[in-house]
Design a protein around this ligand. Structure first.
Ligand SMILES: [Fe+2]
Ligand SMILES: [Fe+2]
Length: 480
């Protein structure tokens, strides 16, 4: 069988020769009805019968891997897709560096590896749950389709992790696969494992910010896991990254189009002061300061996903060869880091400052730094749009100490520039930085559905080009 092609004959599309792997095939077929139940209960509300113009992976060849067609989401062909095996691949880092990559789980690292797979797996259904109400307020059919594309692919990412659990982790794997369908985003008794995945996604600006910031954390985690010495995990994550690129696109262009519409409306109305919020809001667009506050919120919540700056778990996973650094293969050092140091931002004597720490313990910090740099590239592209239209405003990422709940800065209150505030100052100034109740109410008031082809809600510009090169009036979702 050609690994690049996907076998669509059975219940579960795959390129892992599932037909010859009776035990795993049965386990996945047994898991399947529970997954469909979960999708029907927790997937996009109100649109399960609609025909959505979605891409489905038909190959894992980066050139031309997907085909587009109208699909009812519960009938989407979720499958198991791994990037092709690279012959002779070696473990690229850690204490086993240079040894053959593992095709089976190394016994000594079994628990650690399972935990990495479960944590990644838990985020995938969580975001579907968080976004399940958004279809009803979609600003266009184009955006609705993009939302549903992201949703079905997060569903597929869950399949990707469940395949690893079922194939490589025996009974515990089976139990973990079940538990992934039991937890619920935001549920006080059975929440998802990570904080940002228990927050609400109440409106479309939140959705775009989430796909920009939080899916980008997903990208960083997948990049780090794609380096893994456990080859099936590496191959799984490499293909997930192909899909993840679209999620980044949805977030970045989504926010760009919101910014563009605001700036254009201001220009047309002759408003040059971005802080003349009342006037700007009367135009039916979202003021730039409110967009900044949303960015502050989603950026800070997402930073928490990187965990503690100093972490023995991260050190152990790297040392063991299970989770590498962002683009490990492009880094020029010994890839073992036993004697290297890395500067870590810490709170020392009430001041935020760098302190050199053992590089192995600082891997979360390092991945977070790479993440912040990646975010800044996207923010610079937003600012270009503002500049081109000629509004004097710049979106700026807040300081990493701002509004944190995990790690070094969780016990202090910092402003967006990293100055430490007293609890009273923080309470007083909180809504200068984060969306206030009034901001939320205003944004919510704009969330009126626009379901006519070629039309867009007042607060967002149309995209430059359609999905799959479709014309502007294409009916991306046939609502039923
Ligand atoms: Fe994902
Ligand atoms: Fe994603």
């Amino acid at each position: 069988m050609n690994i690049a092609q996907v076998d669509y004959d059975g219940l579960i599309p795959n390129n892992v020769a599932l037909g010859q792997d009776v035990r795993v095939k049965r386990a996945l077929e047994k898991w399947h009805p529970g997954y469909i139940n979960w999708w029907n209960d927790m997937g996009p509300e109100g649109f399960q019968k609609s025909l959505v113009y979605l891409r489905t992976a038909v190959s894992v060849d980066p050139k031309g891997w997907a085909k587009f067609d109208y699909v009812r989401m519960p009938e989407y062909r979720w499958g198991v897709l791994l990037a092709p095996q690279q012959e002779g691949r070696k473990i690229p880092f850690g204490t086993h560096k240079g040894e053959d990559a593992w095709q089976e789980v190394p016994g000594e690292y079994r628990a650690m590896l399972r935990r990495l797979v479960v944590i990644q797996g838990d985020t995938e259904p969580a975001s579907v749950e968080q976004q399940r109400h958004l279809g009803k307020t979609a600003p266009s059919l184009y955006d609705m389709r993009n939302l549903f594309q992201v949703n079905v692919e997060e569903g597929r990412h869950l399949w990707a992790m469940v395949y690893l659990l079922q194939k490589y982790f025996g009974t515990d794997g089976r139990e973990e696969a079940e538990a992934l369908l039991q937890r619920r985003s935001g549920d006080p008794d059975t929440p998802r494992m990570l904080g940002a995945f228990n927050e609400k996604t109440p409106d479309w600006l939140s959705f775009f910010m989430f796909t920009f910031f939080t899916d980008r954390d997903g990208k960083m985690q997948l990049e780090a896991l794609a380096q893994s010495g456990f080859d099936p995990l590496s191959r799984t994550c490499r293909f997930m990254l192909t899909e993840e690129a679209h999620h980044m696109f949805v977030g970045e262009t989504g926010v760009t189009r919101v910014i563009q519409r605001t700036c254009e409306a201001m220009k047309e109305a002759g408003i040059s002061d971005p802080y003349d919020i009342e006037k700007v809001r009367k135009l039916g667009v979202i003021d730039l300061p409110a967009i900044q506050k949303k960015a502050n919120l989603h950026f800070s919540l997402t930073l928490d996903l990187f965990g503690n700056e100093i972490s023995t778990n991260a050190a152990n996973a790297f040392h063991a060869g299970l989770k590498g650094r962002y683009r490990e293969h492009r880094l020029d050092d010994d890839h073992q880091l036993e004697s290297n140091t890395y500067p870590v931002l810490r709170l020392i004597d009430g001041k935020v400052q760098n302190e050199d720490s053992p590089a192995l313990s600082a891997l979360n910090m390092r991945l977070r730094d790479d993440y912040v740099a990646d975010c800044n590239n996207g923010v610079a592209r937003w600012n270009k749009v503002i500049e081109q239209i000629g509004i004097p405003f710049q979106i700026k990422l807040p300081h990493v100490a701002f509004h944190r709940h995990i790690g070094e800065f969780s016990r202090t209150n910092a402003d967006v520039d990293g100055n430490i505030l007293s609890p009273a100052e923080w309470t007083h100034r909180r809504t200068d930085y984060l969306p206030s109740a009034a901001d939320k109410d205003f944004i919510e008031s704009l969330m009126q559905p626009q379901f006519e082809p070629a039309k867009f809600a007042s607060w967002i510009a149309p995209p430059k080009v359609g999905i799959d090169n479709k014309p502007g009036d294409f009916e991306y979702v046939k609502i039923a």
